[in-house]
Ligand binder design. Structure first.
Ligand code: 5AD
Ligand code: SF4
Length: 436
């Protein structure tokens, strides 16, 4: 049986999928290698969302070619969104890749690998309308033993005009809530204290009578000592009902990631986002009404097709209004096959995209620092996660708002809740001291 090393790029969903892949391979008798050096197979779970994500993977595949020169047994398989997008074309372009396997075909991995050992190359890229891997107990690959991902729904059919995800991950489908609650319970019993419910579009979750708010309540009931987070929500269906459930359970974390993409109604329409800036700001107001201490984060795209300076200014203005605690900020990257690629010219030049992006980054950095400065003096319950990267004498953890707090270790141990008072900050981190 082969020794397999799994390498993961991209979003949280990919990390969760790699843990499902790990379980499928282990159940088929393979062992999971701790590093490439020990592996017969390297599986690369890939992202296709922007061109630079794909280039990173291409670079890695070419780097592994040298290793294959030294180890003739070593094979490479490509999983995930890039496999789905490029299919067998990828094996033509990268001739040291033995197979491609899309996000809904992971149960076929053992056969694919056997086929490769017999000298054939393979491609499994069929998308499914039903696959949720609900019965598979993931191998917790990336885990610290304290927090874990639970995938609750897959796919997306919003068709934002710039986005490749509906083509690489297929239609939306939700997983049986009983299997989700059972997974959460199992994690809690094994010492985990935080779960993040994952889906491309979690608030579209629906399984028979159970919608996302009901599911959140069911998972929150597993234990008041287990924190529950979720990602990602679409603004168009962030309901008051969900906010009410969040407010009712203190163990549902006070943190909402709500990608805005642009602060201009004209751009939002071209992006097919199905909401307006006014609707988005109304959702912000509702979040703050229900949970005044809720942290809000976002995604934004600079330089989408036809974006004028006025549109860009509207994005900056929205950032000044909302005052996000964190933002993932990107330059628009045209993706083949999307509505925008087919019908809208990618007409903002690279230097101008960079300039606009940098303007957003600078503004957001300043806002994050100002937000953090208001935290000094506040006290938080922190779930201790581990040793700080800077010093062995310090630990780090997160508060409910998902902000990282660093503090002197004293008698604290990872996996427990402690009270920390904030004494100082940077734009990215709160610095504090144990007070219990
Ligand atoms: N170009 C740049 N950013 C993109 N995103 C999605 N598609 C693209 C694209 N073509 C961003 C969006 C999304 C996040 C996951 O990636 O902001 O919310
Ligand atoms: Fe892409 Fe839009 Fe679906 Fe998010 S909601 S995955 S941005 S199509």
């Amino acid at each position: 049986m082969e020794r397999v090393y799994i390498e993961t790029y991209g979003c949280q969903m990919n990390f969760a999928d790699s843990e499902v892949v790990g379980a499928i391979l282990r159940d088929a008798g393979h062992s999971l290698a701790g590093c490439v050096e020990e592996a017969d197979f390297v599986l690369i779970n890939t992202c296709a969302i922007r061109d630079n994500a794909e280039q990173r993977v291409r670079h890695r595949v070419r780097e592994l070619r040298a290793r294959q020169g030294r180890n003739k047994r070593l094979r490479i398989g490509i999983l995930g969104c890039m496999a789905e997008r490029l299919q067998s074309r990828l094996m033509t372009e990268e001739d040291n890749v033995s197979f491609v396997c899309g996000p809904d075909a992971y149960r076929r991995l053992p056969q694919l690998m056997a086929q490769v050992r017999e000298g054939q190359r393979g491609s499994e890229v069929e998308l499914s309308t039903t696959e949720t891997y609900a019965d598979i107990e993931p191998v917790r690959l990336a885990s610290n033993g304290i927090s874990a991902y639970i995938s609750i729904m897959r796919g997306c059919q919003n068709y934002c005009s710039y986005c490749v995800v509906p083509y690489t991950r297929g239609r939306e489908r939700s997983r049986d809530p009983q299997t989700i609650v059972a997974e959460a319970k199992g994690l809690f019993d094994n010492g985990y204290r935080e779960v993040t419910l994952l889906g491309q579009n979690v608030n579209s979750y629906r399984y028979d009578a159970v919608g996302f708010p009901e599911l959140m309540a069911m998972v929150a009931e597993v234990s008041p000592l287990m924190r529950v987070r979720f990602a990602t929500s679409h603004p168009k269906d962030l309901s008051d009902e969900l906010l009410e459930v969040m407010a009712r359970y203190p163990n549902i974390c006070r943190c909402i990631h709500l990608p805005v993409q642009s602060g201009s109604n004209r751009m939002l329409k071209l992006m097919n986002r199905k909401y307006t800036v006014e609707w988005y700001l109304d959702r912000m107001a509702s979040i703050r009404r229900h949970m005044p201490d809720c942290s809000i984060t976002t995604d934004v795209i600079a330089g989408f097709c036809g974006e004028t300076l006025e549109d860009h200014e509207a994005t900056l203005e929205l950032f000044r209004k909302v005052r996000y605690d964190y933002a993932y900020m990107f330059k628009y990257s045209q993706r083949e096959g999307t509505y925008a690629a087919k019908h809208m010219p990618d007409d903002i030049d690279e230097a101008e995209k960079t300039r606009r992006l940098n303007e957003i980054i600078a503004l957001q950095g300043q806002i994050a620092l100002e937000n953090n400065r208001t935290e000094v003096g506040r006290e938080y319950e922190v779930l201790v996660e581990g040793e700080s990267h800077r010093s062995k004498e310090q630990l780090f953890g997160r508060n409910s708002q998902n902000k990282v707090l660093v503090f002197d270790r004293k008698d604290a141990v990872p996996g427990t809740y402690r009270k920390v008072k904030v004494t100082d900050c940077t734009a990215a981190t709160l610095i504090g001291e144990l007070i219990d």
